[in-house]
Structure formats: C-alpha cells, structure tokens
Design a protein around this ligand. Structure first.
Ligand code: SAH
Ligand code: SF4
Ligand code: F3S
Length: 441
C-alpha cells in the first residue's frame, strides 16, 4: 500500500459527468493512500487538473487555468498533474510546451496515481496506456461529492466516431462494466442511503454485459428492483441505439425517471449524414413520438451543434424547426469547433465565425422562450422534488430537481437535503422554477 500521509491535494474538474465521476475516483484513490483533499488549489501541495478536449474552448480554459497555477507554483511551489481527455490526447507533447506540468495521467491509469506521487516526479511520468477491458479492481474507492445522488459508470469509451467528436480518441474503444459489478455498487449505494443513481457512459444504450450479454434494458429492470432508490436516470443516450425496447422498459419501470437526454446535434438529415450520426431527422422525430406515446409528459433535453462544415442557412433552419417541433425542456448548444484527428477536421470549416455566432444566439434565444413557456406551465402545480443542496448565497434557500430534471428552488427552515419534498411552484425563469415548500413526501 502506497503511503501518501500528510500530502494534500486539490482537484479541478473540467468537462462532462464522466470527468466529474472520475474526479471522485481520483479523490478516493488518493484519500485511501492517506492524502487529504483540499477545497482550494492554494491549500494543495498537488493539483490534479481533470481536463476536457471536446471543443477548442475547453482546451483554452485549461491553458488559462494553468497560467494561474504557474504563478502560484513560482511563489509557493506546487506539483501539477494533468488527467482526463487533454492528457490522454497530447501525452508528452504537453510537457514540452508546459514545463510546469509534473505528470500526465490518462483515464485508464488513475489507479496508478498513488504510485506516481510516491515515487518522485523527477522524470515527469506519463501514464496514458489504454486498457481494452474493464478492470473493476482499478475503479474504487470513490469519494463522492453528493450523499444524495450518485453517478455509476456502466461503460467507458465510444466506438461511434461522429465526424466532429474527439471522444473516441481520448476515451478509446467501448468497454462495458460487468452487470454483477454494477449491481454490487448499487447495493453499496443503497446501504449508504443514496436516493438517486445516474448511470454514466458515452453511449449507455449500447451497453452489453461482457459476462452474460445482458443489455441496457436488463440493467434498468434489475436496478428497478432495488427498493432503496427512488429515482434512476442515465446519460448519454445515442438516438441510433435508443430502441423501442428501452423506451418500453422506461415506461414500465417504477423508478426510471421520465426524463431523457438525447443529443440531436442537427435537425437536418444532410448535416446528420455529414456528421456520421447514423440517423435522420425523421428517425429522431419518430423516436420522440414513441417516447411521448408511452410516457406522456416525458421531459427531453438535447445537444445542438451549429455551424458544422457546409451547414447552409436552410439546414440551420431545420435545426430551428426541430426545436420548435420537439420543444425540449433544456438544450446544450455549441458552435462547431474542429478537433484534431477527427474526420470533420479534414473538411473546410467554412461557416464564418460571425454566422456561427448568430446561429448559436438564435438557437439560444428561441430555446430560452420555449423553456420559459414550459416553466410557466408549472406555476400553481405542486411537484415532487429531490432536494440536492443549499444555495450558496442564502442559507435558507434549498435547491433540487424534479423528475423532469428541472432545477427547483424553495425556502425551508429545516434542512431537507436528501429528502423528497413537495413544492408548490409560484414563479419561474428560463432556467429554474421557484416555489413554496409544502412538506416532505
Ligand atoms: N456522448 C458524449 C458526448 C460528449 S460531448 C456524452 O457523454 O455526452 C457533448 C456535446 O458536445 C456533444 O453532444 C456535442 O453536441 C458537443 N460537441 C462535441 N464535439 C464538438 C465539436 N467538435 N464542436 C462543437 N461541439 C461539439
Ligand atoms: Fe470532455 Fe468528452 Fe472528455 Fe467528457 S469525454 S471530458 S466531454 S472530451
Ligand atoms: Fe462523441 Fe458521437 Fe461518441 S458525440 S462520444 S463520437 S456518440
């Protein structure tokens, strides 16, 4: 057992839920070796930056953060390590450009962090080998941020190679976690009093148990039987792998929330084809019709990219009309940015920056209005909310999410974190609902 007694570390996380969950793993591994987690980088002797490479902007954020660490390091000394997707992608190359970085560790190598830190950093270790299979022993223990809602990784990597996406290059090929191990982790979380679990993976719908061949819907069915959990969610789904069987299993389940994040990317079949997404606009709309027929009121969210190479005004309008037709409860929208090594990087990035910017603003403006209308429909209704935390600004304001994953804020004199509560909605904005606490469930 490696001994890191007395060492303090801080973790800064960029990127997606996968990275958030990995940071909980990194914290758990270092804490198990005796190190102590700090809440600010100024209090850490070691800073691990868990990086994201998905867009040019994500990388820029990292490099400006590194600038801040560098000036602190100069005055006070600091060990700086890079983890996550940028680390995996650029490996040694970052060391040449950033001499202040002391080690590099990719997503398949976090279990080696205690060893890296205890063996000295003279040679600037770079550990980015990619594992082909899932290794359960390397993936514990976790130091989770929330005591209420837990991420549970069920698969890693992606085999889809969407033309714009760097993830298959940073996270490698699809690896599935054995169902047995997932169910063991769920049993532990149930014992620890977790109320909600969120299954994680780049493409959860393609899940297949390496031991028994059980599919994603079988995992949903098995977790539905664990009585301690009240809510089950999952992210991310791919429209081409989202089968009728999964929709029906969701509809029949007692605990799977009637909420789904289903990245559309573009409303134009032509653009989807150039993106190599594997479905058409009609296929997507058909899936939405099916979902709404078996689960009326299901809350849907999506990801949108504007300005993909060659996107014409007309193709962009098809994205706008899809937003109009589907009326998502929430969207994440991005300007296309070319990523090194991807298929789209070879295409001419020909949509001018100003056009991308205008399209993004248009999408966001329209969606803001749609969301406000959806939220206004909640006013006067009493809804069930899982309280997840407290507002940082006002001690008495609590915050949670309803089944549809909308943010709900309310006042309470009593601490209700981790409780299911009823809230009567009084007011709303485009991004949240506000209401009055009516009591516990
Ligand atoms: N399947 C992954 C996708 C992560 S990336 C998941 O777990 O959610 C999240 C979103 O970033 C994608 O859905 C896409 O909308 C956007 N994105 C990915 N690559 C991009 C690029 N090169 N330019 C702009 N947006 C991109
Ligand atoms: Fe970023 Fe994608 Fe890596 Fe997540 S998987 S951290 S979104 S590059
Ligand atoms: Fe990326 Fe497409 Fe996979 S968006 S993560 S290549 S499904």
């Amino acid at each position: 057992m490696t001994d890191l007694n007395g060492l303090t570390f801080y973790i800064e996380t960029f990127g997606c839920q996968m990275n958030e969950n990995d940071s909980e793993l990194i914290a758990g591994l270092l804490a198990a070796a005796g190190a102590r987690k700090a809440e600010r980088f100024e209090d850490g002797q070691v800073v691990v930056v868990n990086t994201c490479a998905v867009r040019g902007k994500s990388e820029e954020k990292l490099f400006s953060y590194l600038g801040r660490l560098r000036s602190w390091k100069k005055k006070h000394g600091l060990v700086i390590g890079l983890a996550g997707c940028v680390a995996q992608l650029y490996r040694e190359k970052i060391l040449a450009k950033n001499p202040d970085v002391d080690f590099i560790v990719g997503p398949d190598n976090y279990h080696r962090l205690p060893e890296i830190l205890s063996h000295g950093l003279g040679l600037k270790p770079v550990m980015t080998s990619s594992a082909r299979d899932w290794n359960e022993d390397e993936r514990q223990p976790f130091m989770r941020e929330s005591l209420v809602s837990a991420y549970v990784t069920i698969m890693e990597g992606c085999d889809n190679f969407c033309a714009y996406c760097i993830v298959p290059f940073t996270r490698g090929r699809e690896k599935f976690r054995p169902l047995r191990a997932i169910l063991d982790e769920l049993a532990g979380l149930a014992r620890d009093g977790y109320k909600e679990v969120r299954f994680l993976g780049q493409n959860v719908n393609s899940y297949k148990d390496p031991e028994t061949g059980a599919l994603f819907q079988d995992l949903l069915k098995a977790s539905d039987d664990i009585k301690e959990f009240k809510w089950i969610r999952f992210i991310t789904s791919h429209p081409k792998n989202f089968t009728g069987e999964i929709a029906k299993t969701m509809a029949r389940s007692k605990k799977v929330c009637r909420q789904l994040h289903l990245p559309l990317q573009s409303g134009s079949t032509m653009v989807l084809e150039r993106m190599k997404r594997g479905y058409t606009r009609e296929d997507y709309l058909e899936t939405i019709r099916l979902l709404r027929s078996v689960m009326p009121g299901i809350s849907l969210s999506t990801d949108i990219i504007v300005g993909f190479p060659g996107e014409t005004e007309r193709e962009f309008e098809e994205t706008m009309s899809a937003l109009e037709a589907i009326r998502f409860a929430n969207i994440f929208s991005f300007r296309y940015s070319p990523r090194p090594g991807t298929a789209a990087a070879k295409l001419n990035d020909d949509v001018p920056f100003d056009v991308k910017r205008r399209r993004l603003l248009e999408v966001q403006k329209r969606q803001k209005a749609i969301q406000t209308e959806i939220h206004e429909g909640f006013i006067g209704r009493t809804i069930k909310v899982l309280c997840l935390g407290k507002s940082k600004k006002d001690e008495r304001v609590y915050s949670g999410r309803n089944e549809g994953y909308q943010v709900v804020n309310f006042m309470s004199e009593r601490n209700v974190i981790g409780r299911f509560v009823h809230v009567q909605v009084k007011d709303c904005g485009p991004y949240s609902l506000r209401g009055e606490f009516c009591g516990e469930d």
